[in-house]
Design a protein around this ligand. Sequence first.
Ligand SMILES: [Zn+2]
Ligand SMILES: [Zn+2]
Length: 517
Amino acid sequence: MQLTPEQEKALDLIRQKQFVLIHGVTGSGKTEIYLRAAQEVCAAGRQVIVLVPEISLTPQTVQRFAERFKIAALHSALTPKERRINRQKILRGEVQLAVGARSALFAPFPNLGLIIIDEEQDSSYKQDNNPRYHAVAAALQRAQFCGARVVLGTATPALETYHLFQNPPDDKYGYIYLPRRVENRPLPPVEIVDMRAELQNGNFSVLSARLQRELRACLDSGGKAMLLMNRRGFATFVSCRACGYTLECPRCSVALVYHSDGQAKCHYCGRAEKIPEQICPQCGRPYLKYFGAGTQKAEAELRKYFGDARILRMDSDTTTQRGAHEKILQEFLAADRAVLLGTQMIAKGHDFSAVTLVGIIAADALLNLPDFRSAEQTFQLLTQAAGRAGRGSQAGRVIVQTYQPEHYAVQAASRHDAPGFYAQELVVRRELNYPPFSRLTAIVFAAADEAQARKMAEHYARKYAPQALGPAPCIIRKLKGYYRWQILLKDTEINYADFPAEASVKIEIDVDPLNMY
Ligand SMILES: [Zn+2]
Ligand SMILES: [Zn+2]
């Protein structure tokens, strides 16, 4: 296969710089660049580690490496014996390349030459229990020690990674942007549907008239569709269906979360306000509504209107059993006309050439997460989901449903304008002093008795004032019988000795948290 001039440029950069970020649109041929870089390293007698977010979701990527290298695939479904055998092969250098999720980073190769991290922004690269580490930071360190190279690849880098490679500490860092797909395939047009207008037109369905029409056309022409549902349904935000207004904390600029006591609360600083009775403070109309889970409704409507097609659902409920992912994906591949409805896991990596329509049912469910990263995560998810459309010879189309069509994350994603989005988001982060311009530390206090958890959180909020935000209840306020409260610290060194291992209150400290608690 002939490389494009842009792929050649990226490969050259990898030869020159120790750490390279390949920021390439979906379909720009990043995997082929990884393969060539790995070949050069292996030819020099050194070994390669390839990290992918979830190995069960990326069988095609693994397959492409297996075709050209002697590989060891490291995944959680291996038996202890299989694990031992793999480890010995790696130690003796009998395999050239190990591919796996986060922990594959520690594969004990004798002469490691290259670490490749695909989809480097993926949250699965951060380990959320002890020892807490982020695979990207750990990879840069391991590479420093053994003189290996690191290649990070993604269509949507984490803002911290983007900022680091735009403002590198030394000349070991290289950045390249690949704005075009290979073989001159067009990026799919992204159409924004304003859900406020749907309401005005009397359509109360979760599927807009436009999306229904496109689904019908797609299925009738023998195509396949993917529909994305929101991923974290437990955070219930308050928003107006008529004008798109969303209740937000004026201090922290994150969405307020609705609580059953009738108050909307900020999960960063704890500020609480009474919710006006259904009346929207912005437009004065009675369409203020609580949004949260409820996308099961989408499945029911799909079955009602598109009963002639195979409707498949993929989320954490339908994939608890081993091999469930593969089974659903195979059914989707084999079906004649099919719709795959799922959470963000369907946006990752799949290369289905038959998918010609991608629909985002509720972009707002992401935009209104009570998290300062909500705009970044929305942009990433919309971009990745759009990337699933039109990868084959047939062109694709993307429909994004939202109550906030003018939001810059939605606008930038619809124009495939990553540089524009990152520039604007960095301005917002700098203004509010959020990462990458500050370091956050989350401290969670959990106890069976809520008053105890809260009291302890208050104690530490006072101790670390004025850098502490909170205390505030966690988004998941009660988990496994424990009530959870948290404080957030900006740019504060923690002295771990200040936190006694007290029996009645469990304390968790997370430096640079990726998801809010
Ligand atoms: Zn706040
Ligand atoms: Zn309104």
